[in-house]
Design a protein around this ligand. Structure first.
Ligand code: T1G
Length: 697
């Protein structure tokens, strides 16, 4: 008998129980166990009906992703599910937690489905670069019709139990917290009503109703705008369309063909890497799992600007009271009105209720005095990037805050140790670098200072999860992980324009790679003045930063979206960047002034210089231990800078391109372009010489 699937009976109901923590994934042992248990149920004469339930926190959450890319062991999932469907005894699935991917497909192979009201169902395969490959694209539309099936399968979004009932995916919803109990009650009711076997494959009314509709074309057109190079959503549409144009078994064959195309696509590798990396970053090497975590029941935020306001919203969203302190009442009033506007627009979009708007606003207090920080558990400083001001603030916090309060800075570049040196408790000082808009962007770059205690590190990592962020712990250096690499890319992109490329050519190379926006469109969003004042600060501190055409833009008052003109120009109420011939003239003028003869630059050179400079810097960051693992860098870039997840992040992407190729090119640019940024990282050189990957580290 299988260790992970058991069979027993209560009255006339045979019960098949899966128990394979953490999420009952359909690994080989579970697939084999399911077939064995089904056979037992079939031959158990006292069992009139069979019930499939799962132990632990959730019903089956899909195929076992760890088996992807390895040779497939029989029985395959399609075989298992077809066998359940062809059972001559009715089979019921009782769902709790999340029935996802192969888990929902298994339930769709059963004849009846009941779920706890807290449960959710979904087919999120597209988020892994795949499509439902065990009948989901053929069985789901037979229950829901084309539109709902396409929505679920192309977005991978989870559906609440009540909505799944309304959509016809499940037959009943029950309150309670025990799926076995509700499953048994429901099966007993079906027996009493003498309910027959009901195979989804035979249900055709929704199929005939939607045959010949334009919905598939509409979805393809819509996806073209949104997919940004992601491959699998289109294959999802093709597969669902097959359910409306082919008989069931033919449709299943077509699904399999399309599934294999996705499985073999490199995008699947990138997305599966991103899936596991997102879970791995929360386990910080060297930080014991049982490190005590401090309780954060109240938070203070300094600064009611864009960042301060967004940061405060994260804590209010998690039910944690926040006090925002500013120097002037107008700044507080303005900050609070922006927060309320953001909440009201979320309510308008149906993401939260109006009651929740008021609940969250009630959790946000304002003050003009640091005294109101006396009893808070954490303070996050979010004022503009000036070391003297930050040190003055931390000196004050050191006097006001209670022992054990965590003092955090939202600085995006400055030295955490120097900020901490302004206090008598550097062990309680840490960087918590949020990304704009802070209430939306998922990344939280937690920055450990040399003296930051393990307890504080563990607390801010746990807090990231609590406020719905992906927390990554990184070391302290200029720009930490994300901005340090971004500055290298920004400098290379700017230099390429100095030498002859156009800003729009550079941006197109990055958006073609899958980034939501290019380097210069991003500068326009962040504000040209932000980079300009950082360069001025660095030049003031003696760094040799060559003049560049972006300085000219700033000096001309072209600060980006906020002035409707930066590298691009913008129309009122429209964030779409429009090429501005004035900028080309301005750049030509700058080159002439600098005596630069522009040259034709290929897209390939742009890609190599913008991306390989990041990889080389990433390798230096690993060498220095600023990032513990290459996956930390990948997650920082995927959740903080829009790096296309299907490329797996910069370091995973580098492994796909080839470390040796990148190293050889970096060496070449070191000779031809020059500059620190092209000094090859020793780690990169070592991996290239040993034919190894960052993923091998
Ligand atoms: N396979 C293997 N391991 C999995 C897994 C899976 N499907 N899902 C989760 N884990 C591990 C995860 O790595 C972590 O491990 C632990 O479980 C807890 O996860 C043919 C081909 C279910 C909503 O895409 O969305 O079916 O880090 O930290 O926040 O059509 O996990 O503890 O060692 O995320 O409570 C489709 C993926 C597969 C669902 C729970 N299914 N999982 O979230 O916990 S493709 C999915 C999730 C498929 C078929 C196709 C979430 C969750 P560790 P966690 P959580």
């Amino acid at each position: 008998m299988s260790e992970v699937v058991s069979y027993d009976r209560e009255g006339a109901i045979g019960i098949i129980t899966v128990n394979y923590p953490p999420v009952n994934a359909l690994g080989h042992a579970v697939r084999t166990g399911l077939l064995e248990a089904l056979k037992q149920g079939q031959t158990d004469n006292d069992a009139k009906m069979l019930l499939v339930v799962c132990e632990g926190r959730t019903f089956v959450a899909g195929a076992d992703i760890r088996e992807f890319g390895k040779p497939m062991q029989e029985p395959g999932l399609v075989t298992v599910i077809n066998t359940f469907e062809s059972s001559d005894k009715p089979v019921v699935a009782a769902i709790h937690g999340t029935a996802l991917g192969g888990g929902l497909e298994l339930a769709l192979g059963c004849h009846y489905r009941i779920a706890l009201d807290s449960a959710r169902v979904g087919l999120p395969e597209v988020k892994l670069g795949l499509l439902p490959g065990a009948g989901g694209t053929q069985r789901l539309p037979r229950l829901t019709g084309a539109k709902k099936a396409l929505e679920m399968i192309t977005t991978g979004e989870f559906v609440k139990a009540d909505d799944a009932l309304e959509a016809g995916i499940i037959d009943a919803v029950a309150q309670g917290d025990n799926s076995r109990t509700i499953g048994l009650e429901y099966a007993a009711k079906l027996i009493a009503e003498d309910k027959p076997v009901r195979r989804v494959r035979d249900i055709t009314d929704k199929i005939s109703a939607d045959q010949g509709t334009e919905v598939f074309e509409a979805f393809r057109n819509n996806l073209t705008a949104k997919a940004r190079g992601l491959f699998s959503p289109f294959k999802c549409v093709d597969a669902v369309e097959a359910a409306f144009s082919l008989p069931f078994d033919e449709g299943m064959k077509r699904e399999r063909e399309l599934f294999i195309e996705c499985m073999e696509s490199p995008q699947r590798g990138g997305l599966v890497h991103a899936f596991f990396a997102e879970r791995e970053v929360s386990k910080v090497p060297g930080l014991p799992k049982d490190t005590p975590v401090r309780d954060v029941k109240s938070v203070g935020v300094i600064g009611a600007g864009t960042m301060g306001g967004g940061i405060a919203m994260n804590f209010a969203n998690a039910g944690i009271p926040v006090t925002i302190v500013e120097l002037k009442q107008e700044a507080l009033d303005k900050g609070l009105s922006v927060i309320r506007k953001n909440y009201e627009s979320s309510a308008k979009k149906g993401r939260i209720t109006t009651a929740q708007v008021e609940e969250r606003m009630a959790l946000i207090k304002t003050s003009l005095s640091y005294d109101d920080f006396k009893s808070v558990d954490l303070v996050i400083e979010a004022v503009f990037e000036n070391m003297d001001i930050k040190k003055q603030i931390f000196g004050q916090l050191d006097k006001v805050c209670k022992p054990g309060a965590i003092l955090a800075s939202n600085t995006s570049t400055l030295d955490i140790d120097e900020i901490a040196s302004a206090t008598s408790r550097p062990e309680d000082v840490v960087g918590m670098h949020f990304f704009s808009p802070a209430n939306v962007m998922k990344l939280l770059e937690n920055v450990r200072g040399t003296k930051t205690s393990d307890e504080v590190k563990a607390t801010v990592m746990a807090l990231a999860k609590k406020i719905g962020k992906v927390g990554v712990m990184v070391g302290n250096c200029y720009g930490f992980v994300g901005n340090r690499m971004l500055h290298r890319r920004g400098a290379e992109a700017t230099a390429l324009v100095n030498e002859g490329a156009s800003p729009q050519q550079v941006d197109k190379v990055l958006t073609d790679l899958g980034f939501p926006m290019g380097q210069f469109a991003m500068s326009d969003l962040a504000g040209i003045d932000v980079g300009y004042s950082i360069r001025k600060e660095r030049r003031k501190s003696g760094e040799d930063i060559p003049a560049n055409w972006m300085d000219t833009l700033a000096e001309e008052g072209r600060l980006g979206q906020k002035t409707m003109a930066g590298v691009y120009q913008y129309e009122e109420g429209n964030r779409k960047p429009v090429v501005d011939p004035k900028v080309d003239e301005l750049i030509a003028g700058f080159r002439k002034e600098q005596g630069i003869e522009p040259r034709a630059i290929t897209d390939q050179e742009i890609l190599e210089r913008c991306m390989y400079v990041m990889v080389n810097e990433g390798a230096k960051i690993l060498e220095e231990g600023i990032a513990d693992r290459s996956l930390d860098i990948d997650i920082v870039w995927i959740y903080g800078y829009g790096f296309p997840a299907y490329h797996g992040g910069p370091m995973f992407w580098a492994d796909q391109v080839g470390v040796k190729t990148i190293y050889e090119t970096v060496k070449r640019f070191h000779d031809t372009v020059g500059g620190d940024q092209w000094k090859p990282s020793e780690l990169l050189a070592k991996l290239a010489s040993e034919n190894k990957k960052f993923g091998d580290l």
